[in-house]
Design a protein around this ligand. Structure first.
Ligand code: THU
Length: 133
C-alpha cells in the first residue's frame, strides 16, 4: 500500500480546510489514491445558485481525471460542520465513485469522533449502473 490510511485521511482533512461552503457551513474534503499511487484531492465548492455546487468527491474525481488517471484505488472522505460530523457520500457521489472504482475498492469515512469506517464500494452502492462491464 503506497500510503497508509491515516495519510489519506490527512489529505482529505487538508482539502476540507479549503472547502468553499458559505451556505451550508458543511465542509467536506476527499482524497483519492489512483492506480499509480498518486494523490488527488477535492473539496465541496458551493454557489449562490445552490444546485451549481460541487461535492468534494466529484471535485477529487475531476482532479484525478484531469491529471490523466482513470482508477480510484482508495478514497477517503472527511466532512461536516464546524465540529466535524459524520459524512457519508451522497447517492450521486456513490455513482460517480463507482465509475472509476472496482466492487471491492475501499471507501474510508473519517467520522466525528476521529475514527475511520471502511466500506467496500458494493456496500455503499450495490448494483451500480454501468454501461460497460
Ligand atoms: N457534500 C459533499 O461534498 N459530499 C457529500 O458526499 C455530501 C455533501 C457537500 C455538498 C454541500 O456543499 C454540503 O456538503 C452540504 O450538503
Amino acid at each position: 500500500m503506497p500510503y497508509a490510511d491515516d495519510m489519506l485521511i490527512d489529505h482529505a482533512l487538508a482539502a476540507r480546510e479549503r472547502a468553499y461552503a458559505p451556505y451550508s457551513k458543511f465542509k467536506v474534503g476527499a482524497a483519492i489514491i489512483d492506480e499509480n499511487g498518486k494523490i488527488h484531492t477535492g473539496c465541496n465548492v458551493e454557489n449562490a445558485a445552490y444546485p451549481l455546487g460541487n461535492c468534494a468527491e466529484a471535485s477529487a474525481i475531476s482532479a484525478m481525471v484531469a491529471a490523466g488517471s482513470r482508477r480510484i484505488t482508495k478514497i477517503a472522505i472527511a466532512g461536516g460542520a464546524e465540529r466535524i460530523e459524520d459524512c457519508t457520500p451522497c447517492g450521486g457521489c456513490r455513482q460517480a465513485i463507482a465509475e472509476f472504482a472496482k466492487p471491492d475498492t475501499i471507501i474510508l469515512l473519517r467520522k466525528a469522533d476521529g475514527s475511520v469506517s471502511r466500506y467496500a464500494m458494493t456496500e455503499l452502492l450495490p448494483h451500480a449502473f454501468r454501461l460497460e462491464p
